[in-house]
Design a protein around this ligand. Structure first.
Ligand code: LIP
Length: 264
């Protein structure tokens, strides 16, 4: 079986090529191709083009692998390795020209089900910022080749916590109520708009914690491995896997305090 390091090398090469394509398309001007689950849930022509590039590169290099992409769906669910891809995570940021967007690619084993898979390799590439977050299972997490770690200690001012709002306006009141429950342990909040980068920033110690409801598998697949390889904890509801109901990521002490405040 291919090693996690070999999968990471391939994922990184593909992410860099895909990211440069996305950046080129951004500079040319972005066209919204359609809306999906809600008016705010947009897909651009670049999302589709970048995912097609990633899918073709993976198929050429590893034709027997499965694929699960935000825009083109899944294939070969029984494959030994599945590539879980968000071609442009932070699509709204990308469409507005804000820099917080990323190509997120994870290679997972055992199943195409996020409740069962074992992530082996992860890369989150932010082309507009020029940073590559990478991890191979068991080998640590890295930012541009420098090893990174979660913030194990939070200062007396409290935790810097990131979260997000789903595309469905009907969920916003519940999200705001949840924020009110979390604020007693927070020094401040951040809302970056790209889950893969929020998770990467927890791994790098730039955030003390991140939580969000409503994430899709491709939003958290790569970032979750980065966090655990950086010494953090990632879950859904306590003891569960990250998913639509909830994704929580933090260093152990903050994680435990956050879980006590969130309702599941
Ligand atoms: C986005 C996530 C973000 C969330 C947005 C959206 P997309 O993914 O990365 O954290 O708040 O609602 O789901 O749609 O840009 O790939």
């Amino acid at each position: 079986m291919t090693s996690a390091a070999e999968l990471l090398d391939l994922a990184t090469d593909i992410a860099r090529e895909a990211g440069e394509l996305a950046r080129t398309r951004r500079a040319e001007g972005v066209t919204v191709a359609a809306t999906k689950s809600a008016l705010a849930d947009i897909v651009t022509e670049a999302d589709r083009e970048v995912e097609a590039l990633i899918r073709s590169r993976v198929a050429a290099a590893r034709p027997d692998d499965g694929f699960l992409g935000e825009e083109s769906g899944g294939s070969a669910p029984d494959a030994e390795i599945t590539w879980v891809v968000d071609p442009i995570d932070g699509t709204v940021n990308y469409a507005y020209g804000l820099p917080a967007w990323a190509v997120s690619i994870a290679a997972v084993a055992g199943s195409a089900d996020p409740q069962e898979w074992e992530a082996l390799a992860a890369v989150v590439y932010a082309p507009a910022i020029g940073e590559v977050f990478a991890a191979a299972r068991g080998s640590g997490a890295f930012l541009d080749g420098r090893q990174i770690h979660v913030n194990a200690e939070v200062g007396p001012a409290g935790a810097l916590v990131a979260t997000g709002f789903g595309y469905d306006p009907a969920t916003h009141a519940g999200t705001l109520a949840q924020i009110a429950r979390v604020m007693p342990i927070a020094r401040d909040l951040r809302r970056g708009g790209a889950a893969s980068l929020d998770l990467s920033y927890v791994a790098a110690g730039r955030l003390d914690a991140y939580y969000e409801r409503g994430l899709q598998p491709w939003d958290h697949a790569a970032g979750a491995l980065l966090v655990t390889e950086a010494g953090g904890v990632v879950s859904g509801a306590p003891g569960g896997r990250p998913g639509r109901a909830m994704t929580i990521a933090a260093a152990p002490p903050v994680y435990d305090r956050l879980v006590d405040l969130l309702e599941f």
